[in-house]
Write a protein that binds this ligand. Sequence first.
Ligand code: UTP
Length: 286
Amino acid sequence: MTHIRKAIFPVAGLGTRFLPATKTVPKEMLPLIDRPLIQYAVDEARAAGIEEFIFITSPGKAALEAYFDTSPGLEHTLAAAGKDRLLAELRASNMPEGQHSFVRQAQPLGLGHAVRLAARLVGSEPFAVLLPDDLIRADTPCLQQMVAAHAEIGGNMVATMDVPRAATSSYGVLDIEHRFGRTVRARGMVEKPAPQDAPSTQAVVGRYILQPSVMARLQGVAAGAGGEIQLTDAIAADLATTPLNGYHFEGQRFDCGSVAGYIEATLAFAMARPDLAAPQQAAGWR
Ligand code: UTP
């Protein structure tokens, strides 16, 4: 069994669907309630046993890089004021020294290109990829579910969920060979198929556990759909040597890359918090 130690967080996209907010604020720094989106992905990765965090950033994402730093002045002020709870929450967002790195993607040439830039840091071990704008609420964090399943079956693994057939053109979709429990063995994967052409309704969402062979495939992948270097093309090419499994996770996924999905997530997370669901009855909760 291989321990999955490293995770890549591609956060170099332009986030155009949130303009003008994303003119100066990285999409991943938009707050969901009181924490930036990126924090949810980092927490999920940590719960799954990830020890090294690799962020693929781009010009204009300085706020994201600063977010993981310590803030001694602020910590001192909160400590002096006796605001211990806030201090603990602030400190929880600090990234311990030596655990994280930033790799620059100078131009948004696609998700596959972003992942490929981490090849040297990933080396020769399997790794996880998390897209922070796919927010997944689950009793057991999604990546943790996948790591457990991956320990049993190995290969390349993508998180999947069932979508309405009319929506297949927004996702990568698996061509299913057979199913066993929450896992599906795929014989292929199609990027954004029209509903009538979709081989199934099992759509890929932004959690992956990949073998280093995918990195090698990415080196040779040409620009695909939308003129971008697609991660799905490299995973599909790797089927020649590595099985592909979809993992139908338990939980609810919100597309926080879209304004509607972000609002839906905000409402769902707020309703799960006593102070926000019924604030007048929970005064002083914090
Ligand atoms: P999206 O397709 O959501 O693109 O990327 P985007 O640029 O972030 O947002 P829009 O469509 O302009 O609103 C999916 C994920 O891949 C990353 C993004 O940061 C996001 O996490 N990505 C995409 C990169 O890191 N680099 C790229 O070149 C493209």
